[in-house]
Design a protein around this ligand. Structure first.
Ligand SMILES: Nc1ncnc2c1ncn2[C@@H]1O[C@H](COP(=O)(O)OP(=O)(O)OP(=O)(O)O)[C@@H](O)[C@H]1O
Ligand code: SF4
Ligand SMILES: [Mg+2]
Length: 339
């Protein structure tokens, strides 16, 4: 099936002021990303803070233009389209939900207007049809009609995020990208918002890209899980294989450090310096913290290898074996443990 959106060798390099007045560092926020999202699938994105998850999300929805590489929407190169065409392509095919609904919504506009806005901008339907669509969107996300004239400040955090979801759905996109959609919410409403997203995905046949620090939730919600490290996609795994059969040492370490395993274990310890996105190390970016690193890892960035299932790819010179348990890796990786 044709991908809704496809990235090919996408790089994002920021110039950030640092130190002296006239020096500008390059920040390698996204490096060589290849990713394709098919209709109806859920792709989860995991990795520690600053690894480029939000950058990837924004590139996928056409909010950030990659410094190099291509973004294709239904096979057409997004950034070579004329601006008006690009806006129409982006608006009609993708919606984005941001982390913090209190800053993502215009606080001066009532809910009704927030939801009408994309319909007005993209000139969808008659006035009456737009009014109807606003009502339909509110009911789709479980917002009572009485809230149509409320301002964002008068809503609860959960209600605000429902408005943000409704707005993302306004133009009936095939893909919704949710960047930490629940992290600003009370724990008690997180599950409701996640369930709403899953329910909408099923009912509307949406593809969903889901970014979260809560990696067990990512695993449960996704078909595929993408692991990022220092701006790079280092593994792409079926969600069912990611906890115990991931091949990249970093993916195993990430998933070992979260509760939710059937038999909880000590996490795989990661020692060594955390590299900066302004000065990525040579070779494999994870080598400064990886217990398996050797000279080859310092010299060459590994290419993608394919695991036994074809939709499972990883970039590592010395991958974890499929039958190696994370418990064994915990033992291997303890540098000071007496044998
Ligand atoms: N506009 C910008 N200018 C300079 N650097 C930026 C900019 N946006 C992001 N960065 C840097 O790019 C890198 C990737 O940032 P990004 O926000 O994509 O990470 P993230 O994985 O979403 O992090 P978090 O989990 O904290 O949200 C970081 O080093 C960040 O500091
Ligand atoms: S390539 Fe080397 S340093 Fe990188 S993850 Fe694999 S073993 Fe570790
Ligand atoms: Mg982010």
């Amino acid at each position: 099936m044709n991908a809704i959106v496809e990235l090919s060798d996408a790089h994002v390099v920021h110039k950030a002021r640092s130190g002296g007045l006239f020096t500008r560092d390059r920040v390698y926020a996204l490096t060589g990303a290849d990713l394709s999202v098919a209709p109806g699938e859920t792709v989860g994105v995991v990795g520690e803070s600053g690894c480029g998850k939000s950058t990837l999300a924004k590139v996928l929805v056409g909010v950030v233009r990659p410094t190099s590489g291509t973004v294709s929407f239904q096979g057409r190169d997004l950034w070579s389209m004329p601006a008006a065409e690009r806006r129409a392509a982006v608006g009609g095919s993708t919606g984005m939900i941001f982390q913090d609904p209190s800053t993502a919504l215009n606080r001066r506009l009532p809910v009704r207007q927030i939801l009408r806005d994309p319909l007005d901008v993209h000139d969808r339907g008659t006035k009456q049809q737009r009014e109807d669509r606003v009502r339909e969107l509110m009911s789709l996300v479980g917002l009572p009609r009485a809230l149509a004239d409320a301002l964002p400040g008068q809503l609860s955090g959960g209600q605000r995020q429902r408005v943000a979801i409704a707005r993302a759905l306004a133009l009936d996109p095939g893909l919704v990208v949710a960047d930490e959609p629940t992290s600003a919410l009370d724990v008690s409403v997180r599950a409701q918002i996640l369930n709403l997203l899953l329910d909408l995905k099923e009912r509307l046949g949406l593809a969903l890209v889901f970014v979260s620090h809560d990696i067990q939730t990512v695993r449960r919600m996704s078909d595929r899980v993408i692991t990022m490290y220092l701006g790079r996609i280092v593994e792409e795994s079926p969600a069912a294989e990611v906890t115990e059969r991931a091949r990249h040492p970093y993916t195993r370490a990430l998933f070992s450090a979260t509760p939710g395993l059937l038999h909880p274990i000590d996490p795989i310890p990661l020692t060594g310096p955390v590299p900066s996105a302004t000065r990525p190390p040579s070779g494999c970016p994870f080598r400064t913290r990886c217990w398996k690193a050797d000279e080859r890892c310092a010299a060459d960035m590994p290419d993608f290898s394919v695991a036994s299932s074809a939709d499972h790819r990883f970039r590592c010179h010395h991958p974890v074996q499929e039958d190696e348990s994370t418990r064994d890796l915990v033992r291997q990786s303890h540098p000071t443990e007496p044998s």
